[in-house]
Design a protein around this ligand. Structure first.
Ligand code: ADP
Length: 378
């Protein structure tokens, strides 16, 4: 019997599950937001993921349902679960990836290290938090942010007056999340996969480099992370995966502070940009592992065949002349580099692909990945 997985969302994450599904002999179906999206190479239905009947009809035809993004509303997820559909991750876990305030509350309850934070509904409360934290703080909209949108460093509540107004209007409780501005040395990410029956697989902790709130590069493993740092990162991710009942891939974004602590920033309950290196840099990449975990199949080895792997995102580019035109020169000069093209129209700043390089000399691998990526920029 051929197992079938349904993916809600037709972006690049769904697209990159397709080769993994083909190799495993799994049938992948995608419910895309519109035609011609990144994942159009799979059997694709087009429909509204906020509409219960649309998602139910799609999900009834598959053995397990998973996601390209975390925006499927809770009432839709609950309706699917009420019908006995295997939703992975489930509604109970996903709500913590959907709402940063809930996430902060839950992680604090689990005793995990997070930045100082508060739930604020009034500008005066925000100003008090700012005053108590050295004159600046980071305000976040609890829902709907991505790539740094919905995140703002402020010195006074007046700078997010519109966010308070929007939060008050959106029918929920009008709350924003405020956090201390963490003085971090670098950002890290820890990937873990968890099967419904409990088996876990962890990759090495990685360093993520962000430019303007967007991930630009990932180094696996994070330099100088062997030993205690790697153990603590792994423990944090495992505690979250088990404590929140996550099934499938979980990415935990972390801050390494200048006084050597690790604090949890964000969670993603799906394959994540910080794990793209594993497609070519580990025995089992995150997309294959996600499908195995979602179907409750045994997980694969996360060992790295080479000591170092580096991923560089390919961002934007001019409107004319897509990513494809630059392949030839990148291929010719960098035959060891693997390019992953998302099939998206290039727009300045948009993630249209990434590339992976690996080897035993970190400086050489970073150089190679950046030099290959330069073919696609500008
Ligand atoms: P998004 O949901 O858009 O990914 P994040 O909460 O991950 O938003 O924040 C985006 C970026 O903003 C982070 O990668 C980090 O660089 C910076 N940032 C977020 N929270 C803090 C914080 N409390 N202190 C310092 N920088 C932060």
């Amino acid at each position: 019997m051929v197992l079938r997985i349904g993916v809600v969302g037709g972006g690049q994450l769904a697209r990159m599950m397709i080769p993994a599904a083909i190799e495993l002999g799994i049938e992948l179906r995608v419910l895309a937001e519109s035609g011609g999206m990144s994942a159009a190479l799979a059997a694709t239905a087009v429909g509204d993921y906020t509409d219960v009947d649309t998602v139910l009809a799609f999900a009834r035809e598959v053995d397990a349902l998973t996601f390209d993004h975390e925006h499927v509303p809770q009432d839709v997820l609950r309706a699917l679960e009420a019908e006995g559909i295997a939703v992975r991750p489930g509604a109970d876990a996903l709500r913590y990836a959907q709402d940063k305030l809930l996430m902060r509350e839950k992680l604090s309850e689990l005793g995990l290290p997070v930045p100082d934070w508060a739930r604020v509904t009034e500008p005066a409360d925000l100003d008090a938090f700012i005053a108590a934290h050295g004159g600046s703080a980071v305000v976040k909209t609890p829902r709907g942010g991505y790539d740094g949108k919905g995140v703002k460093v402020v010195r006074s509540a007046g700078e997010v007056a519109e966010w308070f107004a929007a939060a008050a209007e959106d029918g929920r409780d009008g709350a924003l999340l405020v956090e201390e501005l963490v003085d971090f040395r670098r950002e890290l990410a820890q990937q873990v996969a968890r099967r419904p029956s409990g088996e876990l697989a962890v990759w090495p902790v990685v360093e993520t480099v962000q430019v303007g709130g967007v991930c630009s590069e990932v180094i696996a493993p994070a330099p100088k992370s062997a030993g205690k740092l790697a153990d603590v990162a792994e423990q944090i991710a495992v505690t979250i995966a088990e404590g929140l009942g996550v099934t499938g891939m979980l990415a935990v974004e972390l801050f390494e502070t200048s006084d050597d602590r690790l604090l949890v920033n964000e969670l993603a309950m799906r394959p994540h940009n910080s794990g793209h290196w594993s497609m070519d840099g580990a025995v089992t990449g995150q997309f294959e592992q996600h499908l195995r975990a979602v179907l409750d199949l045994p997980l694969g080895s996360t060992a790295m065949p080479q000591p170092w792997a580096v991923m560089v995102n390919i961002l934007g580019g001019p409107e004319e002349g897509g990513l494809d035109d630059r392949y030839a020169s990148a291929m010719e000069e960098h035959p060891g580099v693997k390019v992953h093209n998302y099939g998206k129209a290039p727009r300045p700043g948009r993630k249209v692909g990434h590339l992976n390089a690996s080897g035993d000399d970190l400086d050489a691998v970073v150089y190679e990945a950046r030099a290959a990526a330069a073919h696609f920029q500008g």
